[in-house]
Design a protein around this ligand. Structure first.
Ligand SMILES: Cc1cc2nc3c(=O)[nH]c(=O)nc-3n(C[C@H](O)[C@H](O)[C@H](O)COP(=O)(O)O)c2cc1C
Length: 188
């Protein structure tokens, strides 16, 4: 059966390389996976008071319920100051609460980072993994995907121009499909 994967993009920029990458991954995904981008730009900043008072903001509740319905999660993110962009960290925080009701719990996942720089967002990729350990998200280790040189990676239609990157993405997606099959959501 096809597994539904929620994709979170750590950039709100119109011409975001990471959003382009998320779209490419959606198109290249094998038949066993359906990728869907979940928008996180409109999520209000997390404030624990609303949960403590039993009045979570409707946008948070909608986001939490939506994420729960997916079989897996994929993060496609740039690096901001060697770490995870605030918009993505906020989405993680919103989904992680109220305490004991995290929507991330046990959901198999993967991380791919994209940057115009040479290090390919390594810092963001690994800071994100630090949170995923705490959130009990089994995050695929291999193949690692730190995609650098993003400014030259896409043509005007958002297609990947470079065959070796395309091959890496296909390998990444195949491994991810196997990872999802091996670690079904809720099996931890
Ligand atoms: C606040 C900020 C911090 C940044 N810090 C880094 C960084 O630490 N490492 C890096 O490789 N690029 C950094 N960049 C450059 C981003 O990689 C670049 O803007 C990239 O295009 C963002 O991804 P996007 O195209 O998906 O929006 C930073 C950009 C911004 C706006």
């Amino acid at each position: 059966m096809t597994k539904r994967i929620a994709v979170f993009v750590g950039s709100l920029r119109k011409e975001s390389f990471n959003r382009k990458m998320a779209k490419v991954l959606t198109a290249l995904a094998p038949g066993s996976l359906t990728l869907e981008i979940i928008e996180i730009g409109g999520l209000p900043l997390y404030n624990q008071d609303y949960d403590d008072e039993g009045k979570p903001l409707p946008a948070w509740t909608e986001f939490r319920n939506r994420v729960k319905s997916f079989d897996g999660i994929l993060f496609v993110t740039p690096e901001y100051n060697r770490s995870v962009p605030g918009v993505l960290k906020n989405a993680l925080d919103v989904g992680s609460r109220p305490y004991g009701q995290s929507v991330w719990e046990g959901k198999p996942g993967a991380v791919l980072s994209v940057s115009p720089g040479a290090i390919g967002g390594f810092g963001a990729n690994h800071h994100l993994r630090q949170s995923l350990v705490f959130l009990n998200v089994p995050a695929m280790q291999q193949p690692e995907a730190y995609i650098g040189g993003a400014a030259k990676l896409f043509d005007a239609n958002g297609n990947i121009t470079n065959e070796s990157t395309r091959e890496l993405l296909l390998k990444f997606l195949d491994a991810f499909a196997a990872w999802i099959a091996k670690n079904p959501s809720g099996s931890l």
